[in-house]
Design a protein around this ligand. Structure first.
Ligand code: CMP
Length: 138
């Protein structure tokens, strides 16, 4: 089976009307959409999803940001999906992101950085299952 990754177009992307442009970048780069929906994370969801960051000084800010409005959650399929998607989105800090990457184009700051991309195949599966039931994956 081809590899999968999980992404979220974060609240800032939805607020600014960047959903269409970002999905276009993703599908043009060869990713197939396996699952997709507009949804909003609760505080409990965000705390669980980002549990790995709970001791970080920015954790409260991160939870506030990720719950303040709807996100687009999606599972994407492509050969080498995790690594290729992280290349497409660019560095966490948009100031360090390469030209043409999604974060360079659409992210405002290291905190409000437009998109999420899973960092491993294992986390892609965990994060996809966090947001989608089996019957929502195609
Ligand atoms: P991401 O790498 O997708 O997942 C962790 C998120 O925490 C990251 O995106 C940013 O949204 C946020 N984050 C990381 N570093 C900082 C920071 N220094 N200040 C504020 N938010 C951050």
């Amino acid at each position: 089976r081809t590899d999968r990754t999980f992404t979220m177009l974060k609240p800032d992307s939805v607020e600014k009307g960047h959903i269409g442009a970002i999905i276009e970048k993703i599908t043009s780069a060869g990713f197939r959409v396996v699952a997709m929906k507009l949804t909003q994370m609760t505080t409990a969801d965000a705390k669980e999803f980002y549990a790995i960051h709970k001791e970080r000084p920015f954790f409260g800010e991160l939870v506030e940001y990720m719950t303040r409005g709807p996100i687009v959650a999606a599972i994407l399929e492509k050969e080498n999906a995790v690594e290729d998607f992280r290349t497409l989105i660019g560095a966490t800090n948009p100031e360090d992101a390469a030209e043409g990457t999604i974060r360079k184009l659409y992210a405002a700051s290291i905190g409000e950085n437009a998109v999420h991309g899973s960092d491993s195949d294992e986390n892609a599966a965990i994060e996809g299952a966090f947001h989608f039931a089996g019957r929502e994956m195609f």
